[in-house]
Design a protein around this ligand. Sequence first.
Ligand code: NAP
Length: 511
Amino acid sequence: MRKSATLICIPIMGETIEKMKIDVQKAKQNGADLVEIRLDHLTTFNPSPDLHTLIQDRLLPVLITYRPTWEGGKYDGDENKRLDALRLAMELGADYIDVELKVAHEFYDSIRGKTFEKTKVIVSSHNYQLTPSVEDLGNLAARIQATGADIVKIATTAVEITDVARMFQIMVHSQVPFIGLVMGDRGLISRVLCAKFGGYLTFGTLESGVVSAPGQPTLKDLLYLYNFRQLGPMTKVYGIIGKPVSHSKSPMLFNEVFKSVGLDAVYVYLLVDDLANFLRTYSSTDFAGFSVTIPHKEAALKCCDEVDPVAKSIGAVNCVIRRPTDGKLIGYNTDYVGSISAIEDGLRGKHNVSGASSPLAGKLFVVIGAGGAGKALAYGAKEKGARVVIANRTYDRARELADAIGGDAIALADLDNFHPEDGMILANTTSIGMQPKVDETPVSKHALKFYSLVFDAVYTPKMTRLLKEAEEAGATIVTGLEMFIGQAYGQYENYTGLPAPKELIRKTLEN
Ligand code: NAP
């Protein structure tokens, strides 16, 4: 059953009426609530027959927009003709029309005394540079409302993700139907969480990248990734904080799991520049928990009110929860357990051994990288009794980590010639080999014969060049996906306080 009242509108931007009609049909088939016909995208437009076709034969409720270049659209013709077309759309019974704030008074004057019962007027304002202060947004909303608008629309631009919070603040307090969207990659949550904060509609595209404003998600993602219809005021928000972040599989995983177990929660991408500012800004307990990835894991340690002792020793936090009772931020590191248990399973599988003692005990364990994941692996391997060597591009960071855990350090450039013994274990914890640079690898193939097991934290792609070459060299391989699965169990348990549905998590990720 549908919970969210927020509508999903598909922008229709075909260059011909025929193409527009095909796209409207697709929008209907795929579950949209309404379409926005962007008249300014038509290469030829003859108001009388074209508007009749688009409005009277409509398959879905229709919003007619004829955006001029001075407001970010494509129409640069006569202004009177543009407004005439909008008036005709009202006469023909369009469900909505969009009028820009700059001309709203003039437009209302021109229709005074006439009644258009079927049409709601959206008065809109677009800012392609930034998102103003809360005060300025509030004043803008009041000015729009004062024109007589049925629906207020404000679209701004996110310079930082924290800009979106101001839009949510205005949205929840609006007395009239309100469309508040923040454009750009950093504004993505405005397009999803408007369903929680009471937005009138959001835009979803038919095809990825074919957008009428920067940052629009696809209709498919709204419906099936974010379960948009199920979002509401009580929905808890979780998300992956990173920069970049769009490669993460966490939203796909957690949204699927939340849906399967019936949790009122959504998991979003959070492209964050300044972690401390983000956590300060989204401080309500509704923003309940976060996964943290590149480059924020070390900063996350400093931002938490309390840090789990294991995460503190590692010096990195990859999971932050906001304690519901007092709003305090608690940091954990689930990379540690996830990666080490995956490697132990790999070693146990190979030698077919079981038992309480770790198969890592006494092994020479080489960690490539000294960042968040590197620290988790180095600390974990040491805990399990391995002798640890850190190889890092920046030698000083390798040295620092080695000193902290009681290991040795080398420069990454020396790794090809490092083979003090056979049967070593190698763990890549850098992003070398990650999409799109899949041809890269941190160590030459000839050096891999000295390792009995090679692990790669990179999981996009699952089979990295490093793992392929390690397999060819005869080593056991453990993929980053295994670590990802292991760390996701831990994140879920921290988020919910419940045991992780392990089979469900594994199945979702393997699919
Ligand atoms: P991080 O804290 O930013 O650390 C990055 C490390 O990689 C640093 O040691 C850095 O060396 C090194 N590095 C980066 N680019 C390099 C390059 N071009 N050449 C040589 N060294 C390079 O990042 P992180 O959070 O540890 O994540 C690292 C990787 O692990 C990412 O690919 C991430 O996706 C993956 N990961 C996977 C999982 C999983 O579940 N499978 C979990 C966590 C992380 P310098 O010190 O010289 O800068």
